[in-house]
Design a binder for this molecule. Structure first.
Ligand SMILES: [Zn+2]
Length: 77
């Protein structure tokens, strides 16, 4: 059974607000703490007049999806 407040972002369908915040925190953690990703982001921006690297969201989004998957799996059991 599921009692949490639902989020309005369809990306986080099925998650409560707190759970969605957890998933987003995981995403932001990659941007903020993954040295390899940070290095790539900075190098790209320096070489491309400050434009953001196109792939910069790939790894953070993967982490975010993984967290969501795990939350949704737990809810089923
Ligand atoms: Zn991001």
């Amino acid at each position: 059974m599921y009692l949490g407040e639902k989020t309005s972002n369809p990306k986080h369908a099925g998650l409560s607000t707190d759970e969605a915040i957890g998933a987003v925190a995981g995403h932001e953690l990659v941007h903020a703490s993954d040295k390899e990703e940070i290095h790539k982001d900075i190098n790209y921006e320096l070489a491309h007049k400050g434009r953001a690297r196109r792939e910069r969201e790939e790894k953070p989004n993967k982490v975010e999806s993984k967290i969501m998957e795990q939350i949704l799996m737990k809810k089923k059991h």
